[in-house]
Ligand binder design. Structure first.
Ligand code: DAH
Length: 339
């Protein structure tokens, strides 16, 4: 009798060990412990056993059942472990590898400058105005006291469109933000206090010029605004922009048709390969009476100043950059250094 049970246990052991998957293991289990399984069947026969042997039979049967259950549990654990280890090996991830994440974007250096300028001038009461990049001859040149055929026009060669304005003049890509003086002054009442940053175009390309570039125009017209105010406002703007008290800035006499007197402002590089060199950053001056008249205002009553500064130039000085074309080559090694 004992042998019979021992055989059952050893058969179950052999069969369990022959399978490597959990589904067939459960099928084998039912061969022994299921309703029709051999252990169950044996137990059903207990009534046929002699009375005096029944107790022993019961002990053997129960121990056989629990041994088989133990074997089953062990095999189940074994198969699960093998499966898990296999999966871990196959799906191994080297957590020390650098990630393949996307690079975070950043704001273009010129746009950082643009935003800083707006913030500074806005904080001292200047309106911020936006204007068209396609201009007509009147706003870009004539109204700014720059008549047709005047030699000063050749300083600003630009791109013309195959489209005329209402006066038969070719439309053009604005050569400066100064036309915004005219547009803004004609549609607002004095005191006029505005800046207008934006894109401008010229047929130029070297280390300090690109065919598309950015300027910010400033205009303050009232009854008593003079060149002295320009100096004060502009120098303090530069101090805020560069976050430095002591800047090397100089005003040089110059000529622009729309201002009288006119100046050019230069600033010295404090860092970078151009350290110690001057760079022109702005034109400026007292607005010419003819231009005030073209604003629709009386030059006997109104006066003021204007300036037009290069955003690329200011950015070059701030970060010590020697070639403006870097801004437009899309090289992330360059762009990502400026935050
Ligand atoms: N528009 C001029 C240029 O692009 C710069 C300039 C000079 C602007 C004098 C002004 C000004 O407003 O008053 O070269």
């Amino acid at each position: 009798m004992k042998k019979l049970f021992e055989e059952l246990v050893s058969n179950a052991n052999i069969e369990f060990n022959n399978t490597n998957d959990l589904v067939s293991l459960e099928q084998i289990k039912s061969k022994f412990l299921g309703k029709e399984g051999s252990v169950t069947k044996l137990l059903k026969n207990i009534s046929k056993i002699k009375k005096e042997d029944r107790k022993q039979f019961g002990i053997y049967a129960n121990s056989c059942k629990s041994q088989i259950e133990n074997l089953l549990k062990n095999r189940r654990n074994h198969i699960s472990n093998v499966y898990l280890n296999d999966k871990l090996n196959k799906e191994y991830i080297d957590v020390t590898l650098p990630g393949r994440g996307f690079l975070g974007g950043s704001i273009h250096p010129i746009m950082i400058t643009w935003a800083r300028i707006e913030k500074i001038f806005h904080s001292i009461g200047f309106d911020v105005a936006d204007g068209p990049e396609i201009e007509d001859d009147w706003n870009n040149f004539t109204a700014l006291n720059n008549p047709i055929d005047h030699p000063a026009r050749s300083m600003q060669d630009t791109f013309y469109l195959d489209m005329n304005d209402n006066y038969g003049k070719k439309l053009l890509l604005r050569t400066h933000t100064s036309p915004m003086q005219v547009r803004y002054a004609k549609s607002h009442k004095p005191p006029i206090k505005v800046i207008s940053p934006g894109r401008t175009y010229r047929v130029d390309n070297d280390s300090t010029h690109s065919p598309m570039f950015h300027q910010v125009e400033g205009l303050w017209i009232s009854e008593d605004i003079s060149f002295a105010n320009l100096k004060f406002i502009y120098i303090n703007f530069l101090r805020c922009f560069f976050e430095q008290e002591n800047l090397d800035v100089r005003f040089r006499p110059s000529f622009f048709p729309f201002t009288e007197p006119s100046v050019e402002m230069d600033m010295m590089f404090k860092t970078g390969p151009n350290k110690g060199k001057w760079l022109e950053i702005s034109g400026a001056g007292q607005v010419h009476p003819n231009v005030i008249r073209n604003f629709g205002l009386d030059p006997e009553k109104y006066m003021g100043f204007a300036f037009g500064s290069g955003l690329e130039r200011l950015t070059m000085l701030r970060y010590g950059i020697s070639d403006l074309r870097n801004f437009y080559e899309g090289d992330l090694r360059f762009l990502s250094q400026i935050k």
